[in-house]
Design a protein around this ligand. Structure first.
Ligand code: F6R
Ligand code: MG
Ligand code: MG
Length: 366
């Protein structure tokens, strides 16, 4: 049976600054989908990560379905009405257009989708990150799909012997989708050369070279490329199929123990370590740290099982402590050097104005 998994997520307002959505807003989004999605979708699951609400749909409408995208958009519009009534901060902030036009791509919300031939058992993991951007998944995906130091299945399992195909997007190009396909393991150095630049080159999808099937997909939206200015970091979502011809769940999760430094954090303008958090966690310290949750499911005949909260385990408490220390270490140097992002990535234009004012005050001494 063919099933499409779609994740559509948006920040439509939050409590106490950019911390978390209210339970009323979440409930409204859920109710809207229950009431209006009955004949359209097989199943859905709503969760939040920091200030973002993500809707996971299972349906039979294929990738880019106007009906499914409209359902998500309308659910976010309905949630925004509550957010406005409650006076939530940034109500409706990711709904950048006034009216829905065919597809939520380019309208603010982040999307990742895959159409699959459902296996007799179809486990997958849904990831959602806040206070960071899509390049945050580059390193964990590289390690999980191409590095036997993290994925022992690349050595042990005959199902992955041929490796994986990486589709990588140059997100700076805005005239269309500029993508390149590279194969692991032959092209490893080329893949690494691109993926080191998280702000420009982003993994869009990964396919098994054994079966040709899609293994992973990531939302590649860069909001500042849509709005022409920063309206927030992009807070990416991702779907990864696991087991069989794909990495084991634990191999996909393992690289998140690094807490690697990513772009985002306070005002989308800093560098901070990516903290693996439990489902429905808010953010806190310095509007962060950048965080990611991972929720495991099986889908069967289109129906989703209950969620398994992958980072809700004592092991990850130890990781969180280490990542908190890494965050504090970086924050100790405040605005200096690596702690803040380069001009092109700053979420706020204020510093550019400041530089313009200072420029005429410089004197050239010969
Ligand atoms: C970044 C974020 C926060 C805000 C910060 C200032 O995505 O959500 O770090 O940038 O709280 O918020 P504003 O400018 O909305 O007052
Ligand atoms: Mg936000
Ligand atoms: Mg957010």
């Amino acid at each position: 049976m063919k099933v499409t998994l779609s994740v559509i997520k948006a920040d439509i307002g939050s409590i106490g600054g950019h911390l978390k959505p209210s339970s009323e807003v979440l409930q409204r989004v859920k109710d809207y989908i229950s009431q209006n999605g009955k004949d359209l979708i097989f199943d859905f699951f709503v969760s939040f990560t920091g200030d973002d609400i993500a809707i996971l749909f299972s349906h039979g409408q294929g990738v880019g379905s106007e009906k499914v995208h409209k359902l998500a958009w309308d659910a976010f519009v309905a949630g925004t009405e509550i957010a406005k009534k409650q006076g939530l901060y940034g109500a409706g902030q990711d709904l950048l257009k006034d009216a829905f036009s065919g597809n939520v791509r380019g309208m603010g919300p982040a999307v990742c989708e895959m159409e699959i031939e459902e296996r007799p058992n179809e486990p997958f993991v849904f990831f959602a990150a806040d206070k960071t951007d899509p390049g945050a998944y580059n390193l964990p995906l590289y390690l999980a799909f191409a590095d036997p130091m993290y994925n022992s299945g690349l050595i042990l399992s005959p199902n992955m012997a041929k490796g994986f195909k990486f589709t990588i997007m140059d997100v700076n190009y805005t005239e269309g989708d500029k993508v390149i396909e590279l194969n692991a393991p032959e092209d490893l150095y080329d893949i690494a050369a691109l993926l080191r630049d998280n702000e420009r080159f982003v993994i869009e999808s990964i396919h098994s070279r054994e079966t040709g099937e899609v293994a992973a997909c990531v939302s590649t939206t860069r909001l500042h490329n849509i709005a022409g200015k920063y309206t927030g970091k992009d807070d990416p979502v991702m779907l990864v199929r696991v087991q069989g011809p794909f990495p084991a769940t634990g191999e996909v999760l393992a690289p998140f123990s690094i807490g690697h430094y990513v772009a985002g954090f306070m005002r989308g303008s800093h560098t901070g370590p990516l903290m693996p958090v439990k489902m429905n966690s808010s953010v806190s310290y310095f509007d962060g740290p950048p965080c990611v949750c991972a929720i495991g499911f099986c889908v069967h005949n289109g129906k989703l099982t209950e969620p398994a909260d992958c980072f809700d385990h004592p092991y990850w408490d130890w990781v969180r402590n280490n990542v908190a220390r890494k965050a504090t270490e970086m924050r100790m140097q405040g605005f200096s050097g690596a702690a803040m992002l380069p001009y092109s990535e700053l979420e706020y234009g204020g510093i550019v104005k400041k530089m313009e004012k200072l420029e005429p005050k410089f004197r050239i001494r010969r």
